[in-house]
Design a protein around this ligand. Structure first.
Ligand code: C2O
Ligand code: CU
Ligand code: CU
Length: 477
């Protein structure tokens, strides 16, 4: 079966109180797609990996002519791809060389609250900190981004976001493309507005329903082309935009196969011609270019705007088949007597809230015991008539999607996820458990909604080892 629709409620697409900014085709020559290099470990042994991640400011050649002032990790814009191998002990030195405080949030990483990098763990300018944790989760594409309250959106807009890849033995045993940079390519989808002298101006473009620009930027490249030199290419797609939904499809309605969701492989691969991603969601897809010959061009669109051009070259025949069984979902049983967590995301623009409250760093909104598996019912109370889709994200866990309004989840929601888009007037049911203690945020991942207060936090305690967690205050930051 090949799915040909975007599933979500179409009248809600692009809804935006302050005025939606549609993408426009850039008026500059095509440029080679930038592919972030893998970050080199400072040291790696059989059991441990050591990395240094530095937030820095710089300048990037994005448009012809004047360079753009940008921020990034270990480079001026975005960052190098960080690779964690499952079951290794990871040691990351995070260093802040920016003029303001930042945090290092490992979006999708299953770690304790002090490592997670939410708003309670600032790293001040000139300071650094060492994070030690064990990587113990399935292979997937995650990401690192800044998360200081309430300027997450602005720092991400400046460029503080990069891909994180978890590798494991199971994924390595499958016949999937994984030659990074050749047939295994991250695609970080973002949009920006280039003002005079090619600069970004977050404040000028500010919009409480999410900042947008008309120009698609893929891995920091505007109007990119990619040279296809293998029959099959795996794309690790991340919606790294502050607000934009991407509705992806190829020229000729070329079919592709989705193999992962946010936090793991899907239980079974799913074939599509169209795929919608909301903020922070990831999908790895495998595209088979066998119907094309050298000199052909295949285009990836979002809605009707071309965002990447694929130039087809000579390639060897590849008969590998994606196995039908990719992943076994191993979610724990729900503890029968625990109450259900009910989460209501309401409002748009400045009115956004969770359970009628704005985020407060000093307030714990709900609790869950380490290891207990509980039901979370997440409702978007926006009206079907003019409401928007909110991508709901949880830190510190990977969850299973049980249902959407009592019906089956979408066919590409069979794996572990950490972000789920909720239609206006819809309720999704999730199975949620935590493997690590700490205080974790949950929020809408339209980043201006998050900064605007559509965020809350949970305390996860290990009853055998109760801890007191230090909550920062907006004023002490
Ligand atoms: Cu992608 Cu609270 O984060
Ligand atoms: Cu996160
Ligand atoms: Cu929202």
């Amino acid at each position: 079966k090949v799915y040909k629709d975007y599933f979500y409620y179409e009248p809600a697409f692009n809804t935006h109180d302050g005025g939606y900014v549609p993408l426009e085709e850039p008026n500059i020559p095509q440029q080679k797609l930038k592919i972030p290099e893998p970050l080199k470990p400072d040291k790696e042994t059989d059991t441990d990996m050591y990395y240094t991640v530095i937030s820095e400011a710089g300048e990037s050649q994005i448009m012809p002519g004047i360079k753009t002032k940008t921020w990034g990790y270990n480079q001026p814009l975005l960052g190098k791809t960080i690779i964690f191998k499952r079951s290794k002990n990871i040691h990351v030195t995070v260093k802040n060389e920016l003029p303001e405080l930042t945090t290092y949030h490992w979006h999708g990483l299953n770690v304790s609250g002090d490592i997670d990098g939410g708003c309670h763990t600032p790293v001040y300018p000139g300071e650094s900190k060492v994070l030690n944790f064990k990587c113990d989760q399935p292979a997937a594409t995650l990401w690192l981004h800044a998360h200081p309250c309430p300027s997450t959106a602005e720092q991400v807009w400046h460029g503080l976001a990069t891909a994180v890849v978890v590798k494991d033995e199971h994924e390595a045993s499958l016949p999937l493309p994984r030659n990074y940079g050749v047939d295994d390519i991250p695609l970080i989808l973002q949009d920006r507005r280039f003002h005079e002298d090619n600069q970004w101006d977050y404040h000028k473009d500010y919009d409480p329903d999410g900042v947008q620009g008309p120009t698609a930027m893929i891995n920091g490249t505007v109007n990119p082309y990619f040279d296809v030199t293998t029959q099959k290419v795996r794309f690790r797609i991340l919606d790294g935009a502050n607000r934009r939904e991407w509705r992806l499809h190829f020229s000729d309605d070329l079919e592709f196969t989705q193999i992962t969701g946010d936090g793991s492989l899907l239980t079974h691969p799913v074939k599509f011609t169209h795929l919608m991603l909301t903020c922070a969601e990831r999908a790895e897809i495998v595209v088979d270019f066998s119907n094309y010959k050298p000199g052909d061009e295949v285009i990836l669109y979002s809605d009707d705007v071309p965002i990447v051009h694929f130039r087809i070259h000579e390639f060897a025949k590849d008969d590998s088949k994606i196995p039908n069984d990719l992943f076994k979902m191993n979610a724990p049983e729900v503890t029968p007597d625990t109450p259900t967590h009910k989460i209501v995301m309401s409002g748009m623009d400045e009115e956004v809230a969770i359970n009628d409250k704005k985020f407060n760093m000093q307030r714990i909104d709900t609790k869950q015991t380490l290891g207990s598996c509980e039901i979370w019912e997440v409702t978007n109370s926006n009206d079907c008539d003019g409401g928007m889709i909110h991508p709901y994200h949880m830190h510190g866990c990977l969850f299973q999607v049980l249902s959407r309004d009592g019906k089956e989840p979408y066919p590409n929601e069979t794996g572990l996820k950490d972000t789920i888009a909720v239609d206006p007037n819809e309720t999704v049911k999730l199975k949620v458990w935590f493997d690590h203690p700490g205080v974790f945020m949950y929020h809408c991942h339209i980043i201006e909604h998050e900064d605007g207060g559509m965020m809350a936090q949970i305390e996860v305690q290990d009853p055998k080892n109760p801890q007191k967690f230090n909550l920062m205050d907006m004023d002490t930051l």
